[in-house]
Design a protein around this ligand. Sequence first.
Ligand SMILES: NC(=O)c1ccc[n+]([C@@H]2O[C@H](COP(=O)([O-])OP(=O)(O)OC[C@H]3O[C@@H](n4cnc5c(N)ncnc54)[C@H](OP(=O)(O)O)[C@@H]3O)[C@@H](O)[C@H]2O)c1
Length: 290
Amino acid sequence: MSNTSLPGGTWTLGDLTVTRFGYGAMQLAGPWVMGPPADRDGALAVLRAAVELGITHIDTSDAYGPQVTNQLIREALHPYPDGLHIVTKVGANRNEQGGWPVARDPESLRRQVHANRENLGLDTLDLVNLRLGDAEGPQPGSLAEAFETLAELQRQGLIRHLGVSNATAEQVAEAQAIAPVVCVQNMYNLAHRHDDELIDTLAAQGVAYVPFFPLGGFSPLQSDALSAVAARLGATPMSVALAWLLRRSPNILLIPGTSSVAHLRENAAGAALELSEDDAAELEKISSRT
Ligand SMILES: NC(=O)c1ccc[n+]([C@@H]2O[C@H](COP(=O)([O-])OP(=O)(O)OC[C@H]3O[C@@H](n4cnc5c(N)ncnc54)[C@H](OP(=O)(O)O)[C@@H]3O)[C@@H](O)[C@H]2O)c1
């Protein structure tokens, strides 16, 4: 793995040091994260390019494809270079319509952990996030049975660290009372800032916050303020959105997704953009905290 000066430096998840600029592999599967990619060699090339750039944090799930993304990661990168950390998640299956039915009973969770180990070719998974809520977002309710199941698999040595995803602040606290939580992965970006308070709380605790859909996900971020700041800086809106996240809080780790080597390189370079106080103030106009 090459030495890197990726923007944002590094963060330590438990005892695992990762680059704050990571890569989200979800978009490597076919349309709507189902089936194989149209350009299989292109998908493998993106994964190899991520490692060549020095990225040491790849986010995935066996539900992507399903299985497709994990198998691509294994084909492209196994045996994994020292220092590369693959973060996966459990808590949902896929159905024939491409839906994400909840699967958080103990038996389903054990099955998903084993499927991730098998498809990634790993005895121990570095970090497993328990995905909560549903497609509408976080939902209240106890995670105790599910998180205790993962904590048991951790004690058995199958998982190194645990996190939660799509979680409410109450669920994060409930998980922390069961086992250490090294990251929270929720939807957050310039236009969706409902987690502002949670990010600050986690920063004070030394816990990472990993925003999914940092570029808006399936609906790219669009706003006049974002376009105006990007135009003033001669940058793309994506670069501004990523640089803003790195600036927002030191515990934020980026996992922007792309199926294009060119976009991957563009994002890695663009996230290094320096935003001034004035730029940040203008970008505040976009925010929605609901
Ligand atoms: N925990 C959860 O429930 C959950 C849910 C969703 C996602 N995730 C994770 O979060 C990661 C990030 O989410 P995401 O990939 O869905 O959304 P995202 O990072 O917000 O956006 C990805 C989209 O932006 C496009 N894009 C990226 N860079 C670009 C560039 N420089 N120029 C133009 N377009 C660009 C990509 O298209 P191209 O392929 O054409 O570049 C893709 O359509 C996922 O990979 C996944 O690992 C987690």
